[in-house]
Ligand binder design. Structure first.
Ligand SMILES: C[S@@+](CC[C@H](N)C(=O)[O-])C[C@H]1O[C@@H](n2cnc3c(N)ncnc32)[C@H](O)[C@@H]1O
Length: 302
């Protein structure tokens, strides 16, 4: 693709300028417009819906934002761009297309963009610049925000969806910003009139999550944990005091320092070794810094 070749030669030039760029403290990606087919594929993968807001970090002449709004009347668009001239041209083009009330291009550094109210983030910048923006996105964008990038990846953050035709056609990747779950969580669950206290520790690298839990003096590992935006799902199989070996399926939504959802539990039927009863109970977890998981265990572990 011609624009890819141009961009790759710019990357090579950028590498030669690396020491100067590094001294300048701020990374910069020059204006090269995305080719229309890549723009179409980026918008298709992002799939903006009515009521949503998209932003292009380094919006150039605004082409990605305009494409995202085309035939989608309920979608709003934002662009941030370091070149005042391109911002002025983009805003003039928006006005000329009758989109002045739905689009705003701002003369701003991408590192200063407000990402807290957008649903889709588009980027087509030098890979290093996008990698440097990654922590800002993870820290400031809301869980569930889609990030769509052409050609390059975002380092060790694995894409959630890829449109890859192979050959010389650049891949388009989509990431979903995960909720922050790393750390200690506690909850009580009452199953058949018995209340159990769970002290859990979630570990997280981007959307990859795992964890362990303690109930009484028993500890267990969560299985099949999936974190997608604010949605969290996992299973837990462990012996609960008074109930026996219990299979639990957890599903919830992470909202800041709390998780709300359900636990579907299969518990042994009293007096019948073969049969299991199924119950659904509410799951309400809260974040904690005084985690019972680390409390002394002692030697009486029978
Ligand atoms: C490769 S062009 C992409 C333009 C447009 N997104 C597209 O795909 O057609 C990169 C754009 O980012 C702008 N840019 C570079 N560094 C920036 C920064 N730190 N903040 C905001 N804009 C930046 C450049 O001026 C340029 O217009």
């Amino acid at each position: 693709m011609p624009d890819r070749r141009t961009f790759l030669s710019l990357v090579a030039a950028g590498a030669a300028l690396q020491p100067l760029v590094a001294r300048a403290q701020e990374r910069f990606s020059p204006f090269v417009g995305s080719n229309p087919e890549n723009v179409r594929r980026m918008v298709e993968l992002a799939a903006p819906r009515s009521g949503e807001t998209v932003i292009d970090l380094g919006s150039g002449d605004g082409r990605i934002v305009f494409a995202a709004l085309q035939d989608r009347p309920g979608v709003r668009g934002l662009g941030v761009e370091i070149s005042a001239e391109l911002v002025q041209k983009s805003n003039a083009a928006a006005k000329a297309q009758g989109l002045g009330d739905r689009v705003q291009f701002m003369h701003q550094n991408a590192f200063d963009a407000d990402l807290g109210k957008v649903d889709v983030i588009f980027m087509w910048l030098f890979p290093e610049l996008m990698r440097l923006l990654r922590p800002k996105i993870l820290a400031q964008a809301r869980p569930g925000t889609r990030v769509v990038v052409a050609t390059w990846d975002l380092g060790s953050w694995t894409a959630d969806a890829v449109d890859d035709a192979g050959g010389m056609t650049p891949a388009i990747r989509k990431w979903i910003v995960p909720a922050h779950i790393e750390g200690g969580w506690e909850w009580e669950a009452t199953v058949q009139d018995r209340t159990h206290r769970f002290s859990a520790l979630f570990e997280q690298h981007m959307q990859k999550a795992e964890g362990v839990v303690r109930v009484g003096n028993r500890r267990e590992i969560f299985q099949h944990m999936i974190l997608r935006g604010e949605q969290i799902n996992f299973s837990l199989r462990m012996t609960l005091p008074g109930l026996g070996f219990t299979n639990m399926i957890y599903a919830g939504s992470v909202r800041g320092d709390s998780i709300e959802g359900t636990i579907d539990a299969q518990i042994p039927r009293p007096g019948d070794d073969e049969a299991m009863d199924e119950v659904r109970v509410p799951w309400r977890a809260r974040r904690t810094t005084t985690l019972g998981y680390f409390a002394p265990t002692g030697t009486n572990i029978s």
